[in-house]
Design a protein around this ligand. Sequence first.
Ligand SMILES: [Zn+2]
Length: 158
Amino acid sequence: MYRIGIGHDTHRLAEGRPLVLGGVSVEAERGAEGHSDADALAHAVTDAVLGALCEGDIGLHFPDTDPRWKDADSMQLLARVMWLAGERGFRVVNLDANILLERPRLRPHVQEMRRRLAEVLSVEVECVSVKAKTGEGLDAVGAGRAVTVQAVVLLQRT
Ligand SMILES: [Zn+2]
């Protein structure tokens, strides 16, 4: 049996904040604002896995009012949700993600993001796709005020 899930996440960008995507620190003038490490890629993938499991969303499992998750490593949150998926008898088949960010260009970091995600999702790197796009100078992404990530994950009952 297969289950599909979708995830979406947006963070405001601000000077003096780190930019972390898929557990990879990216050198940038403006980083992502948020309660945890504001890793929009990890958050979108976590929501996609939770969506496939019909287990609510990341805010339900890791509320931003809970001090335990302040400055949390979001890849650790994803690992917790992967544990839950395993408990429910599911494994990941593949992941596809879009990162929408005006700058910096992410292509040099994509391979490392895929590697980190594959590790946490317990799949081969070949089963993890990360695509980097810009906002073409339009909307909040295009104006350099936000980073947005879309993710789709397919799970299979083991
Ligand atoms: Zn987020």
